[in-house]
Write a protein that binds this ligand. Structure first.
Ligand code: NDP
Length: 292
């Protein structure tokens, strides 16, 4: 069994990104990332902090906007418009989920698709579906494909089952796996909460991508001998032994599954570090495109 080292692949992506940043710097261009957080959800705050820290580490122009939980839709849309117009900002990200008074779809629509480094704008969703490489692809599924490629795991002709159909992970994951070319060409099935006999469906897969949001949901009975398992899930599980009182676990019961699969990503240290590395890469791509 191969334990897929997400941190090592993410470090490689970051090194490549540094080279591209240096090439832009030689032309007097510094990529800029603006991260907007509305409210004080602790998990969102932690994500925003780590994105900001990584951007600063790379020497990007990094701006963080922290807005109060009662921010109105109009104020948020006005900030997005300001960032769209700011030539020092190439990537804009509004951390999800926003408080209930915010219409998230409308906010995403307000972001200039050329600065939509999360790949959530309908223009970018359509470009992914159309296999148009000029769009932005959501960072987590993009990171999963890169992990498979870097680990030398072939997707072409393989049977892949994606469990989860969210716009952030499941759907773009399925589109990437079915896309023509390297990292794609798989025969893809998408499962979700209405799928019957899930274990039967996932047991047919050469590659299982778990993006469910339920701790240790997939066990040994879901995975066939020799399959490749990519665990996107990040869930808190109570653990009195842990200093924080909880630990992070995936959607896959790693200990139960690891023995029978060919390769598997751990949580933490699998998909998580890739997401942030791909975000940095997308931001640099935005700066390159806006200055081409
Ligand atoms: P969502 O809640 O948006 O989607 C979950 C999906 O899982 C839905 O499509 C849902 O089906 C499906 N599902 C729920 N219960 C079942 C079930 N019993 N059987 C089969 N399918 C089920 O979550 P996200 O896609 O945003 O995130 C998924 C996980 O990935 C979470 O743990 C999240 O924390 C993690 N994540 C990790 C990232 C990383 O960087 N590693 C980044 C983003 C997310 P239905 O559509 O029918 O409701």
């Amino acid at each position: 069994m191969q334990r897929i080292d997400g941190a090592a692949v993410a470090a490689k992506v970051m090194d490549e990104t540094k080279v591209r940043i240096a090439a832009l710097a030689a032309r007097g261009i510094r990529p800029g990332l603006a991260v907007v957080l509305v409210g004080d959800d602790p998990a969102s705050r932690a994500y925003v902090r780590s994105k900001d820290r990584k951007a600063a580490e790379l020497g990007l122009h990094s701006v963080k906007h922290e807005l109060p939980a009662d921010t109105t839709q109009a104020v948020l849309i006005a900030l997005v418009a300001e960032l769209n117009a700011d030539p020092a900002v190439h990537g804009i990200l509004v951390q999800s989920p926003p408080p209930p008074q915010i219409n998230e779809a409308e906010v995403v629509l307000a972001i200039d698709p050329r600065k939509d480094v999360d790949g959530f704008h309908p223009v970018n969703v359509a470009k992914l579906a159309m296999e148009d490489p000029t769009g932005f692809v959501p960072c987590t599924p993009l990171g999963c494909i890169r992990l498979l490629q870097e680990t030398g795991l072939e997707t072409a002709g393989k049977s892949a089952v994606v469990v989860g159909r969210s716009m952030i992970v499941g759907k773009p994951m399925a589109l990437l796996l079915m896309k023509r070319g390297p990292g794609g060409d798989a025969t893809v099935t998408v499962a979700h909460s209405r799928t019957q006999n899930l274990a039967e469906v996932t047991r047919r897969a050469d590659i299982v991508i778990a993006a469910i949001g339920r701790p240790h949901f997939l066990g040994a009975e879901h995975i066939r001998e020799g399959a490749v398992v990519i665990d996107v899930g990040i869930n808190r599980m109570e653990d009195p032994q842990h200093p924080k009182g909880y630990r992070l676990v995936g959607d896959v019961d790693y200990d139960a599954v690891a023995a029978k699969c060919a390769a598997i990503t751990p949580v933490p240290g699998g998909v998580g570090p890739m997401t942030i590395a791909m975000l940095m890469s997308n931001c640099v791509t935005a700066a390159e495109r806006l200055n081409s």
